[in-house]
Design a binder for this molecule. Structure first.
Ligand code: ZN
Length: 314
């Protein structure tokens, strides 16, 4: 009998060790390659940003639509039990003539109460919705609901759909169509944006394809009139430490989202090397709450939208 218990204990211990190894593996990201073919050439971006005629933008502003505290293990990786502060912003690129480009539009209150128990900022959401109506162009970093939901589910969608510039991948991605509840008549009527790798959108603003996190992921380069440069990288990383280390988000998260880890790790290598060689280029990671607070503190990103027209009285 004693022998049986010894064997049972050994089997149990073995299973626990195997389970721990699997958990540790899933909570780690895939390795980052030493070299990457992913192209992100600053000289080209500057040149393309200079191409469209007109004055460069003067301000980059962010409106935090929601904040949340998901489990750090799922977000950053590693076996840990703390929570991590994340933010969900919409960005406003503001031109001297008052015109604006909006990048990303997180959805309204109902989305956040159903997920992560996020704190919703009603005033910033109101500003986002107003800005969508005024924007000369609306783009998204990718087609996930926390970036596109404020557009797809907006009551004003039909009035600003003419300025919505989704790439073909973003418009046609099946998973995103369902998750975003995009009204099919509007979605199918949108003219998609087709480009190879770089697309000069407006003075000082260039789009760069970055598929991997989703098929339609892209990076937005912003060059302000004062010379400041930004790369809005969306969710290529979830936290700046994933660029600066570099390391990828955990496999468990990648599997849950159906992400292409090979593409994302290549992009992280290129972004890491670019950031190391060009510390003055401000990489902006969508959900990094601390990074956004630091940029706001330094005066590099405004903490609310500006230049919104007063609302017409009903
Ligand atoms: Zn996101």
């Amino acid at each position: 009998m004693a022998r049986f218990f010894k064997i049972a204990a050994a089997v149990m211990a073995g299973m626990i060790v195997i389970a721990l190894v699997i958990v540790a593996f899933l909570l780690q990201g895939p390795p980052i390659p030493d070299h990457s073919d992913y192209q992100l050439d600053l000289a080209t971006l500057r040149k393309l940003g200079d191409q469209p005629p007109g004055a460069k933008p003067e301000h980059l502003n962010a409106a935090a639509i929601a904040e949340a505290y998901p489990r750090a293990a799922l977000f950053l990786g590693g076996i840990r039990f703390d929570r991590h502060h994340v933010v969900f912003p919409s960005y406003q690129v503001l031109y001297p003539d008052g015109s604006m480009i909006i990048v990303d539009a997180p959805p309204g209150a109902a989305f956040w109460s159903a997920r992560m128990g996020g704190q919703f900022n009603a005033a910033n959401f109101e500003a986002e919705q107003q800005a969508l109506e005024q924007a000369r162009a609306i783009v998204i970093t990718h087609e996930h609901a926390d970036h596109l939901g404020g557009i797809a589910q907006s009551s004003g969608l039909s009035s600003f759909a003419g300025h919505l510039m989704l790439t073909r991948e973003q418009r046609d991605d099946d998973k995103s169509r369902k998750a975003n509840k995009f009204p099919e008549d509007v979605r199918s009527g949108l003219h998609p944006l087709d480009y190879d790798h770089y697309y000069p959108l407006a003075p000082g603003v260039v789009l760069i394809k970055a598929p991997g996190h989703t098929p339609g992921s892209q990076i937005v380069y912003v060059h302000l009139a004062n010379g400041a440069e930004y790369l809005l990288i969306g969710d290529v990383a979830w936290d700046m430490e994933q660029v600066s280390t570099p390391k990828c988000r955990p496999r468990l998260a990648e599997m849950g989202m159906g992400e292409n880890g090979k593409q994302v790790t290549s992009e992280l290598r290129t972004l890491h090397d670019l950031a190391a060689a060009n510390p003055d280029v401000h990489i902006v990671v969508s959900h990094d709450a601390k990074q956004l607070a630091d940029y706001e503190q330094a005066g590099l990103i405004g903490s609310h939208f500006d230049g919104l027209a007063a609302k017409a009285s009903p």
